[in-house]
Design a binder for this molecule. Structure first.
Ligand SMILES: Nc1nc2c(c(=O)[nH]1)N[C@H]1C(S)=C(S)[C@@H](COP(=O)(O)O)O[C@H]1N2
Ligand SMILES: [Mo]
Length: 308
């Protein structure tokens, strides 16, 4: 079984992910309806208006039911269905984000003050987890670049570091040391400023469900999904490469760059193909998840086998 957590996770805590998926997909709609009822405690999502933005993948979006019930969010458990069942304890409003480091306007910002509703765009992105499954998600969000401009990132900002909320009451999974908490991620400044990089606040025309990273999460579509840090409370502009939760916990498996690269296998499985959730035949994985035309130049001259 492909799962981020390798031998460090006691086998008793691993459920058969394949069985889970097979069950859902073979039984189809009736299971979907039941699941929706069971997860209704999390159905707080309110509709969200957004203009269609650029970068709309032609692939058919994955069913919303799958996008919102098949998640990785270890703060709520390590199984794919745990976040949808357990993330109701997260309080997403009010929500503030500390912005600090190399910027002209550091401070604690209410989320609503970081963008104007009119800036929201809908973008349909391919989403590829390092576990070799993928989805297509209609996100709603604002380019991270516009937020970084708003806070006045300076020329000393070579990297951007992000942190998730750290609160064991709201995020009970943080009582288990499966990862170093809070979850951390980072981008190089040119990756952060790239027009594809999105701070998402919604999906499928609604505010983000908690399990998908409410109220605000990162989406970097040419990288493996774990770069997409959820429920962000801190953004720091800095001159050194940030530490990242997965790199700290398993450095040989998860690098800082984490670009989707079919030529560099994960040490425990191949990255050449992927299973699109809702499909049976595996697809070939594309370099940079199909976004090479837009982003390959960011890595010109870099050895992407060494910088995986
Ligand atoms: N805070 C936090 N962010 C996280 C994770 C997590 O465990 N905690 N999991 C990551 C992983 S491994 C993936 S694949 C994506 C999954 O996003 P999705 O559930 O919206 O598909 O979230 C990423 N962001
Ligand atoms: Mo992932």
């Amino acid at each position: 079984m492909r799962q981020h957590l390798g031998p460090t996770l006691p086998s008793s805590e691993i459920t058969p992910q394949r069985l889970y998926l097979a069950r859902r997909e073979f039984l189809g709609a009736s299971v979907g309806a039941l699941a929706t009822a069971a997860f209704s405690a999390n159905a707080f999502a309110a509709s969200l208006a957004a203009k269609p933005g650029p970068f709309r993948a032609e692939d058919k979006p994955t069913a919303k039911e799958a996008v919102t019930t098949y998640n990785n969010f270890y703060e709520f458990g390590v199984e794919k269905d745990d976040p949808a069942k357990n993330a109701g304890t997260l309080r997403t409003s009010p929500w503030s984000i500390v912005v600090e480091g190399a910027c002209d306007r550091p401070g604690t910002y209410a989320l609503e003050d970081l963008y104007k509703p009119a800036e929201l765009e809908e973008r349909v992105y391919r989403h590829r987890c390092v576990e070799a499954w993928s989805m297509v998600v209609p996100w709603i969000g604002v380019p991270l670049a516009s937020v970084l401009q708003k806070v006045g990132a300076t020329s000393n900002a070579k990297y951007v570091a992000f942190e998730t909320l750290y609160d064991k009451e709201q995020m009970p999974g943080q009582s288990r040391r499966v990862l170093e908490w809070p979850y951390r991620e980072g981008l190089r400044i040119d990756e952060a400023m790239h027009p594809l990089t999105l701070l998402a606040v919604g999906l499928y025309g609604e505010t983000l469900p908690n399990q998908n990273g409410a109220p605000v999460r990162l989406v970097v579509p040419w990288k493996y999904g774990f770069k997409g840090i959820k429920s962000i409370v801190r953004i720091k502009l800095q001159d050194s490469q940030p530490r990242t939760a997965w790199n700290v916990s398993a450095p040989s498996e998860y690098g800082f760059y984490s670009n989707v690269n079919p030529d560099v296998d994960h040490p425990r499985w191949s990255q050449k193909t992927e299973r699109r959730i809702g499909e049976f035949r595996r697809r070939e994985t594309l370099p940079f998840n199909g976004y090479g035309e837009q982003v390959a130049e960011l890595y010109a001259g870099m050895d992407l086998r060494r910088n995986f």
